[in-house]
Design a protein around this ligand. Sequence first.
Ligand SMILES: *Cc1c(COP(=O)(O)O)cnc(C)c1O
Length: 401
Amino acid sequence: MEHHTLLQIAEDFGSPVYVYNTDKIIEQYKRLTSAFNKVNHLKINYAAKALSNLSILKLFKSLGSGLDTVSIQEVQLGLKAGFDPKAIIYTPNGVSLKEIEKAAELGVQINIDNLSILEQFGSKYPKVPVCIRINPHVMAGGNTNISVGHIDSKFGISIHQIPHLLRIVKNTKMTINGIHMHTGSDILDIDVFLYASEILFDTASNFKNLEFIDFGSGFKVPYKTGDIETNIEELGSKLSKRFNDFCKTYGKDLVLAFEPGKFLVSEAGYFLTKVNVVKQTTSTVFAQVDSGFNHLIRPMLYGAQHQIINISNPNGRERFYSVVGYICETDTFANNRRINEIREDDVLCFKNAGAYCFTMASNYNSRFRPAEVLWHKGKAVLIRKREEFEDIIRNQIDIEL
Ligand SMILES: *Cc1c(COP(=O)(O)O)cnc(C)c1O
């Protein structure tokens, strides 16, 4: 997005504010679907937890996407956004049987990732088809260090437990209609991903009533210069071919499913903050913005490096800054970062702010969560109001003491 558009949004809607460009989301969606255009039945289920504003969910619905959800509340959000329950897959981890029953009642596709719940659910509802989440235990070292559902991970049913899984399916007479894996790791090495896929195909051949195979996500997008990104086109051509071959052997045209979050929305997002104070110390220059890890926690939680641009002074002399927030906690967004000269009241723009940014925001320090704005068809539209003091005290009970 252009600097002047973003500056205008910061002026009109105040700061801090999240901005999402729908054109970029649509571009990423199309890039993914065209990479897999050799597959007869492709289903993209957008992972709602990356960015769950209703307007974003509605945009995905309009593109023909399904929805990947991890909680009953995300299922409810999806239904509110107008998704058909059948277009929603529910992939929780460590939730109660009760919550899974509730999701089944709503008619969404259930995906179970442990044998205990599988046995209980299958015994009670043998007629409800269930997808199973497999942990393939693939590890690869070296430079492209990626671990795919490693052995210590809490996610998925171990491939070593397939015999027990098959016994449960036989005993309960339940139907397994999908096989799933979500590695959670960045796909840097396509061959490692393909190797994990082979394990999924192996597992799949044990089940006769499959409708789909879900390869999860892990598509990596660049955050800083020099970052490796997943070569979607290469993955598309290699996996599609292998998938089509598998369908021939299996004897049925299955659906190939993916559930990306970050790939679809990360680069569409911008986080705009205002500089409150420029503070020179003995060792650095701090630029303190009107935000903190209460609004954007990825740099502190994962060491994520979001590019920061001074859109108020893009041609200013470059200097080194530590960009920090205004909460009472160490909330360093960037250390020793080269940025065009920062003055108080300048607007700093954080890039890649679409995925896991607003959805991880909190009210720490009793601050309000930011507003969200959609940049859609050349217009800025408010899609979430900035919080107010009322929101901070809404559920508090003011007792006599
Ligand atoms: C979070 C999650 C995703 C999305 O992962 P990204 O890295 O954002 O693409 C997909 N599937 C499941 C089950 C998830 O928990």
